[in-house]
Design a protein around this ligand. Structure first.
Ligand code: HEC
Length: 130
């Protein structure tokens, strides 16, 4: 490869790797450490504090946010990663006209607990079978 081309590409590579910081990749994606298992009971508490005002009691929905018990939010349509990204980056309304979801300050571990809680509610509501 020509040297000038390499020098052109190098900063891009460094940028793509997070500026040379040694954070694990999961951090950039706002994910808990590998092997971390969410706890639905803890998730219920986090959910009530951070999600319920819009997504409703037991994820049933409100004027400000959709019910997460709809088929489109089952794991095969919105995988756990979609939940992590929704909390980290916010969501521009695209399924409903209830407005946007703002980014929220909730730790990756707490989001994982919330996901477990929502998955349990989805199973109870027959949205999917585990
Ligand atoms: C201020 C209101 C509000 C709060 C608080 C809120 N949401 Fe949302 N959420 C929304 C709205 C509005 C949408 C967008 C619906 C649409 O697509 O039209 C949304 C979408 C989502 C989606 C779907 C993302 C996608 O890719 O389509 C997930 C998952 C989600 N929220 C999870 C959560 C979780 C978990 C919490 C709590 C940690 C939370 N939300 C808190 C309003 C809220």
């Amino acid at each position: 490869m020509k040297r000038w081309l390499f020098l052109l590409i190098l900063p891009l590579l460094v940028a793509a790797c997070g500026g040379g910081e040694s954070k694990p990749a999961g951090n950039a994606l706002h994910l808990p450490p590998p092997g971390f298992v969410g706890d639905g009971a803890k998730g219920a508490v986090v959910y009530r504090q951070n999600c319920q005002s819009c997504h409703g009691a037991e994820a049933s929905g409100t004027e400000r946010g959709p019910s997460l018990l709809r088929g489109i939010y089952a794991p095969n349509r919105h995988a756990n990663l979609a939940f992590h990204l929704a909390v980290k980056n916010g969501v521009r309304a695209h399924h409903d006209s209830k407005g946007d979801m703002p980014p929220l300050q909730v730790s990756p571990e707490d989001v994982e607990h919330v996901i477990q809680y929502v998955r349990e509610l989805q199973v109870k509501a027959g949205v999917f079978q585990p």
